[in-house]
Ligand binder design. Sequence first.
Ligand SMILES: Cc1cc2nc3c(=O)[nH]c(=O)nc-3n(C[C@H](O)[C@H](O)[C@H](O)COP(=O)(O)OP(=O)(O)OC[C@H]3O[C@@H](n4cnc5c(N)ncnc54)[C@H](O)[C@@H]3O)c2cc1C
Ligand code: FES
Ligand code: FES
Length: 480
Amino acid sequence: MIKFLLNQEVREEALLSPNMTVLNYLRTKVKKAGTKEGCGSGNCGACTVVLGEMVNGRLEYRSVNACLVLVSTLHGKQLITVEDLQGEDRSLHPVQQALVNHHGSQCGYCTPGIIMSMFALSKNRPQADKQDVLESLSGNLCRCTGYRPIIDAALSLSTTAPYQDSFTRQMQSTIDKLNSINNEPASLQLNNQSCFSPATTDELAELLLAHPHARIVAGGTDLALEVTQHHREIEILVDICRIKDMKCINETDHYINIGANVPLSDCYPILNTYFPDFGEMLRRFASLQIRNQGTLGGNIANASPIGDTPPLLIALDASITLRQGSDSRTIPVEDYFISYRKTELRPSEFIEKITIPKPEANKTFHGYKNSKRIGDDISAVCGGFYIEIEADTVISARIAFGGMAAIPKRAVNCEQSLVGHSWNLDTINTAIAALESDFVPLSDFRASKAYRQQIAANMLYRYFIEQQNSHFTTRVTSYG
Ligand SMILES: Cc1cc2nc3c(=O)[nH]c(=O)nc-3n(C[C@H](O)[C@H](O)[C@H](O)COP(=O)(O)OP(=O)(O)OC[C@H]3O[C@@H](n4cnc5c(N)ncnc54)[C@H](O)[C@@H]3O)c2cc1C
Ligand code: FES
Ligand code: FES
């Protein structure tokens, strides 16, 4: 059974398919059809709902795509949909009223999702500026109103005094209810499908030993697509979203440790502090809804050749700790990927944490993502560059790319042609030529082989320009 709050109502559900998404649950089981289905694959935001969750003693609200969240994830959380915003007298919520005042809706299909993104933003950042607004709406498409009135509506909320609504008034009661259900065990079973929701890493390790072929679901932003787009039925799921010890970030003198289960949006502050380009890449990773749900561990485990974090982690010489039962082993991230979607992960094993060495003197890290759109788009090529230069000579170089091969991979020949040489344009041109022998990229609908090769070369050249002339503008700094 899973237990959660649907707005303020405590719901208990036992007979649900663990393969069911929250979107289908709302529309078919609860008969709340305010949450819309546009794409069913995390790309349009029409299905945006808000999840309330206790984090370190505080109630936090996050926008997520209901079409990518499996129902097991709801356990111990508050699910808020667009229907819940209206007052009992059917008066409009301040967020809805703002959209009306600024003429932010025409056909209205995207509107419930836009309202929910604005609602989460106004709860989390009552003084939101334009960048905050753009970030919060980065996963919401509108095809007929145009974004200006929508952005104006969202901004108007931060120029007025913070509003009080039913969620503010009932906050303590919500917290009490969530605290009382949080520690209860959770699982789902329907016909031949089951889902376990362990609360600790030890429980997870034991469950996976008992069910070596179970599929782990973390954020579900990749895995849910197997169900919704490929119509696969997953018989045994292990939902790890409740495991708090895999959601921790800590740092030592020399390392940053990030639990595999930390949502990408929570990875941002620490990675942005030590490696601003990693932060920049995370700001461009999918949409806020997906970053709120998707995890760093899931991005590595998924082993996509175009996943954004692996090339950056490989360049930074990060490692991952894998656990199987009570045994743990730590391997470099670069050794995790064997061939297309084939990894080092053994049956019953899982990624427990990611360890990134802190920045070192004389080494400069840059990461670049090339995609057709600034936000909510998968990379054609993504590159991580970590180069150590002393007295104008290259001492060490770690360069890795996604989108250039069947796995995220280092450009070994390119690296070798840099090390020991002077840091100048001749050396860069030699390294660019060496890149040709490192990869034989694929042509697909995202980019041709020649384009990928050219982009990889351009990224190295851009790194050189940024190192030589830090005052040159090489980047888009505002998306307004
Ligand atoms: C619209 C859209 C846009 C996207 N944009 C981007 C993008 O810009 N860049 C990008 O890189 N990706 C993108 N993705 C892909 C996805 O969001 C990321 O890969 C995300 O990090 C996956 O994390 P998750 O927690 O949701 O993984 P899940 O979907 O839960 O899991 C993915 C896989 O990893 C396994 N797994 C998860 N956690 C563990 C663990 N701890 N140990 C072992 N196995 C585990 C699961 O069994 C599953 O096979 C996008 C996806 C969508 C739908
Ligand atoms: S229906 Fe399009 S993002 Fe969910
Ligand atoms: S109002 Fe029609 S898609 Fe946005």
